[in-house]
Design a protein around this ligand. Structure first.
Ligand code: GLP
Length: 241
């Protein structure tokens, strides 16, 4: 793993946007795997700036998001689709047909998981996957115990994850109990992976991801076997490294 430590969150965001920007410039029809959550917000803002300054175009870029809640309407303000619209898609020249998120309202959710994998395969696989890191080691919504061989699937969200995400909802009981997520194997199939970690509350998680023995109890440890992972951590998250 290539571990890069930045002074603060602003620097982390700029560095991440620089790496994603390089990928886009190198291959203008790249397939990007994208994450939601608080951590990548600054990266998206920096990418929008690059687009506005005419340094980048998303015209041919295809995106596949890691996950989506089950049962929230697509236009719900806390759906990941709305998050992506607000932070990136509405602000750049990406084409709607190139944007992919699992449909958490599909009538046949199991078929939707297979369809998502099929769309990914059809697009040629992910060139660069951006990841955040859950406190319990989750990547996407792959909670502890998820098989490393898993493909896109339905998950019951861990109580800790629901608590962490409750900050966005009016109350914890409003946080969905299930989601669709790319599987661990789906994530490992990406040609490159970029993990972003910020804040003291993630310091133990990032240490475990890098140094703990590979275990399904802490899903992010699986990244130790991926040949092209870059971790960008700010100094607060890097205190145990
Ligand atoms: C969420 C998301 C993940 C995200 C992670 C960390 O539950 N499903 O994709 O990476 O948790 O989120 P944050 O960056 O807000 O800490």
């Amino acid at each position: 793993m290539d571990i890069q430590i930045c002074k603060h969150y602003g620097e982390l965001s700029a560095k991440a946007a620089e790496l994603v920007g390089e990928q886009i410039k190198q291959k203008t029809d790249s397939v990007l795997g994208l994450a939601t959550g608080g951590t990548p917000e600054g990266m998206y803002a920096a990418l929008v700036d690059q687009y506005k300054n005419k340094q980048l175009s998303f015209r041919e870029i295809k995106t596949f998001n890691l996950d989506e809640y089950i049962g929230l309407p697509a236009d719900h303000p806390l759906s990941y689709r709305v998050y992506m619209d607000e932070h990136l898609f509405n602000n750049v020249d990406i084409s709607e047909k190139n944007v992919h998120l699992p449909d958490g309202n599909a009538t046949d959710l199991a078929a939707e998981c297979d369809r998502y994998e099929e769309r990914l395969r059809h697009a040629g696989g992910i060139d660069l996957q951006v990841l955040g890191l859950g406190h319990n080691g989750h990547i996407g919504f792959n909670e502890p115990g998820t098989a490393f061989e898993s493909s896109t699937h339905i998950v019951d969200l861990d109580e800790k994850t629901r608590e962490a995400n409750a900050r966005y909802f009016e109350k914890k009981s409003a946080v969905p109990r299930q989601a669709i997520t790319m599987g661990i194997q789906t994530i490992l199939s990406a040609r490159k992976v970029l993990v972003l970690v910020s804040g003291t509350d993630k310091a133990e998680a990032v240490r475990d991801m890098i140094y703990r023995e590979m275990t399904t109890s802490f899903p992010a440890t699986v990244l130790q076997k991926h040949p092209a992972v870059t971790v960008i951590a700010d100094e607060e998250a890097a205190t145990h490294l």
